[in-house]
Design a protein around this ligand. Sequence first.
Ligand SMILES: [Zn+2]
Length: 238
Amino acid sequence: MALYKEQGIVLRTMRLGEADRIVTLLTQGSGKVRAVAKGVRKTKSRFGGRLEPFTHVDLLLYRGRELDIVTQVEIITSHRAIREDYARFAAGEVVLEAADRVAQERERSVRLFMLALGALRALAGGDGDPAVIADGFLLRLASLAGFRPSLSACAACGRPGPHARFSISQGGLVCEKCRTGGAVRVGEGTVPYLAGLLQEGPLPGAPREGRREGSGLVRAYVEYHFDRPLRAWAHVPR
Ligand SMILES: [Zn+2]
């Protein structure tokens, strides 16, 4: 077995026997990694509370055939503030759940890692609305996975916008000619809200009206294109 160094975010942990845990990590260089942390549940464990979800850690691992083995962990940032506030915690759960879904085991994706780390930093930092941070993460994640929604030109024919209807299955705004039965008419603030989420830099404070509809569209869009429900989304206060 080979030893290797990584940094990662703890996505989740699962009990294994009396004293051990299986830890799922989103790493910077090795994609998703599942590793056994031995003795982690003993009171005198050398890992202590270092392998809690949301924590950004430096790791030394042994590569195993299926599961790796954690041999050393140091905390880079605990992101403790996420655990101390319900809205931040719920939004953080959305980030971890969606990242877990998209990440492939042992498939490097630095952009995915940085996107997730950025969202957790924003949540722990305390500025910004947790629900908006979660929405921004989800829409940027969809874009990274190849599903960037079209927010001005028609997603089907490219005709320049603005268009009034949004189609989840067609990939964004659609013109009157291209729209199918699933296309919904969106309110005035909705497209600016979605566009703001995709902008570089800090997330916007969008008008209340656009947020409500935009947030629901983000969820439906991500669930459709990732082909799975997002359980944590419904717990985020909006
Ligand atoms: Zn069209």
